[in-house]
Structures are given as structure tokens and as C-alpha cells.
Write a protein that binds this ligand. Structure first.
Ligand SMILES: CNc1nc2cc(C(N)=O)ccc2[nH]1
Length: 373
């Protein structure tokens, strides 16, 4: 526990890093996976379950929270940690990505974004300064700059325009954030799938001397190879003594390959959203419990798992719950999936500490490939 925000690099294994991000509300062991707590809840989970699985930090979505219950209301209720009863670190995104993907985006210009709420159709304007103000009202520990994330494929000119705008917004967010020793504001590297724009963005953000750096604008429809190439292009231009956060990523395979390229933090709705849709992540690969072949399979998902959802329930029962669209189906599979993701991260951290990350990644991927689900 520290009064300031610090990143400590504990070990490296190739480009893979084992570290710790510490702040007043707690320490985040990296590489870390952040469960997504969209509207102040990790869907289908109790937050003490999320904590018990090993999560050191969760993500909150500014777009959703600013619309409902509202940033000023959350502040009046004591801040997000108090409201949702999660006393450990919370990272909030800026709202920009979801404004562009969920709302009725009306206008995007130098000043910011104007959009219609998907909740009640009301018009909202969000500037870089307002995004930081909202994240402050939420009492967020790690705040993200407002940026423009361009869906791929896109023209280099369009990607460059959005990347340069995001750089100007990064400076405005840094000014608005000011000096908050126990908190951090991360810049977001943009640049699409254009290496020279990625380098330009990373170098300019590094010049702002921020407490952490996200790589955005990926996992937006590009092939995994392009994503990995952009990570490898970007990372060398980011300061080694600051955490690196890859936004919206990803599958277990994405995570292994991104850790191998120097990424420290991840967030993704994959384990929670796919759990609600009947998909189970296991050490042997993915299992779709909707499939009829599970109807009379009395085996658990993973007899060796420490998670009751994986160890104590038959696939037949999970299949039944999923087919019947029973809430318990989504609850158990979300529990299993988050348990799998946190176990994967714990295995990654240990492998890096012991200098055997490449073998760990190869063995993990080989077990998936073997299947025998
Ligand atoms: C699911 N993929 C994904 N890509 C993202 C990019 C950003 C970004 N700000 O560039 C934010 C969230 C994201 N989620």
C-alpha cells in the first residue's frame, strides 16, 4: 500500500514482464486481467467472489455510469468504491469508445463528442476535461484520457487524423487531471494498423511523462497478427518503467501472445459475456454448453479446478441451465470463466518469475489444441 502511484518491475523473461502497480487502494500484480464491471457490477457475480478469484482491480465504464446513476450522484453517494463495495483499485475508461460504439454519436470535433444517450435519448456533450471530471467524481484510481478509436479497416488519413486529435486530447486530459499523487491518468496510443502512426503516437505520449500507457485502437476487427504486430511496433517507444495496458483484449491466446510482447494489463468482456451465452473457458479449451452432446455428460468442466462452478457441477446440468436460459447457468459459467482467466494470469506471473514463460505459453496452447474436451 502506498500513498503514491508506483510501478515496480520485478522480473522479465524475454519481453514478458512481471511487475506491481501500487496505489493507496491496493497493489495490482501484473500481468493482470481486469474483470469488466460495466455499470458498477461484474455481471452475474458478487464482487467478493471476483476478489476471491484473485482480481486485484476491476474496470468501470464511464459512458454507462455517467448516464446511470450519473457521475454527480455517484459522488454524492461516496464514490464508486463505496457504492459498489469494492475498496480495491478501479480503472475507468474515458467513455469515448462506448460513445462511438453504443450511443447515437451526433458530433465529434476538437471540443469533444456530442451524443444521444442509449438509455433515454438525452443529448450529452463530453470534452476531454469533462471525461476526466466524471472519472474524478467516480473517484477512479486509474483514469483514461478521452481518445478517438477508429474501427479498422480505415484509411491512413482517417487513422492519422484520429491519432493526432487523441494526442491533443491527451494533453488536455493531463492538464485537467493535474497532480493527484495516489491516482494515475493513462494516455492511449492510437494509430490503427499503421506502424509509423503508432510510433508517432507512442513517442508523443511518452513525452508527456504520464504514469501509464494504454494501447488502444486494437481488437476492433483486425486479424490477431495485425494486433500483435502493432503491439510489437508500439512497445519499444513506451517507457519501460510505466505500466502498459492493452485495451479490450482478449482471448487467452491473445493474452499469452501480448504478454510475450511486453503488455502488463488487460481487460475484456470475453469471460463474462461469453459465460452468459453458455461458453466455458477451460484448461483444455472452450466448451459450448448449448451443444446437445453435453446433455447427459456427468463430468464437471474441470475436476482439478479450485472453482466450485468448474469442479462441482456436471456438464449435463450446465447444459440444462443454459438451454432453459436460467440465470444460474450464466452465473456458474461466468464464475468458471473468470476463475480460468485469473488462474491463467497467476500461471503467467509465476512462469515469468521462474524464467519459463515461453514453455508455459507453449504448454498452455498445446493443451488447448489437444482438446479432449
Ligand atoms: C474489444 N476491443 C476493444 N478495443 C478497444 C479500444 C479502446 C480505445 N480507447 O482505443 C477502448 C476499448 C476497446 N475495446
Amino acid at each position: 500500500m502506498t500513498e503514491t502511484f508506483q510501478f515496480k518491475l520485478l522480473a522479465t523473461d524475454g519481453a514478458a514482464r512481471r511487475g506491481e502497480v501500487s496505489m493507496p487502494r491496493g497493489t495490482v500484480r501484473t500481468p493482470a486481467f481486469m474483470p469488466v464491471g460495466t455499470v458498477g457490477t461484474v455481471k452475474a457475480m458478487y464482487l467478493d467472489q471476483v476478489r476471491d478469484l484473485g482480481a486485484d482491480i476491476i474496470l468501470g465504464n464511464t459512458y454507462h455510469l455517467m448516464l446511470r446513476p450519473g457521475a454527480e450522484r455517484v459522488a454524492r453517494l461516496g464514490g464508486l468504491h463505496e457504492l459498489i463495495r469494492w475498496p480495491w483499485p478501479i480503472l475507468t475508461d474515458s467513455g469515448g469508445f462506448q460513445v462511438m460504439s453504443l450511443s447515437g454519436l451526433r458530433k465529434l470535433d476538437e471540443k469533444g463528442v456530442t451524443f444521444k444517450s442509449h438509455v433515454d435519448g438525452a443529448l450529452h456533450h463530453m470534452s476531454p476535461e469533462r471525461s476526466i471530471e466524471i472519472q474524478g467524481l467516480l473517484d477512479s484510481d486509474i483514469q483514461m484520457q478521452l481518445d478517438e478509436c477508429v474501427a479498422l479497416p480505415a484509411s491512413p488519413d482517417e487513422i492519422e487524423r484520429a491519432m493526432e486529435l487523441s494526442l491533443r486530447w491527451a494533453e488536455r486530459c493531463k492538464t485537467a487531471f493535474g497532480d493527484q499523487p495516489g491516482k494515475a491518468m493513462f494516455g492511449i496510443v492510437q494509430g490503427g494498423d499503421v506502424a509509423r502512426l503508432r510510433e508517432r503516437s507512442a513517442q508523443a505520449l511518452a513525452g508527456l511523462d504520464l504514469k501509464g500507457y494504454a494501447i488502444g485502437g486494437l481488437a476492433v476487427g483486425e486479424p490477431q497478427a495485425v494486433m500483435l504486430d502493432m503491439i510489437a511496433t508500439t512497445v519499444p517507444h513506451l517507457p519501460a518503467d510505466r505500466p502498459r495496458y492493452l485495451m479490450g483484449v482478449g482471448t487467452p491466446d491473445d493474452i499469452l501472445k501480448s504478454v510475450a510482447r511486453g503488455i502488463d494489463m488487460f481487460d475484456c468482456v470475453m469471460p463474462t459475456r461469453s459465460g452468459r451465452h453458455g461458453l466455458a473457458f477451460t484448461r483444455r479449451g472452450r466448451i459450448n454448453l448449448r451443444n446437445a452432446r453435453h446433455a447427459e455428460d456427468m463430468r464437471p468442466l474441470d475436476e482439478e479446478s479450485s472453482c466450485p462452478a468448474a469442479r462441482d457441477y456436471s456438464r449435463a446440468y450446465l447444459h440444462h441451465l443454459v438451454r432453459a436460459n436460467e440465470s444460474l447457468g450464466g452465473m456458474l459459467l461466468t464464475w468458471n470463466n473468470l476463475s480460468y482467466y485469473q488462474d491463467l494470469m497467476a500461471g503467467i506471473r509465476k512462469a515469468i518469475e521462474e524464467g519459463r514463460f515461453a514453455d508455459f505459453a507453449a504448454e498452455t496452447q498445446e493443451t488447448w489444441a489437444r482438446g479432449d474436451l
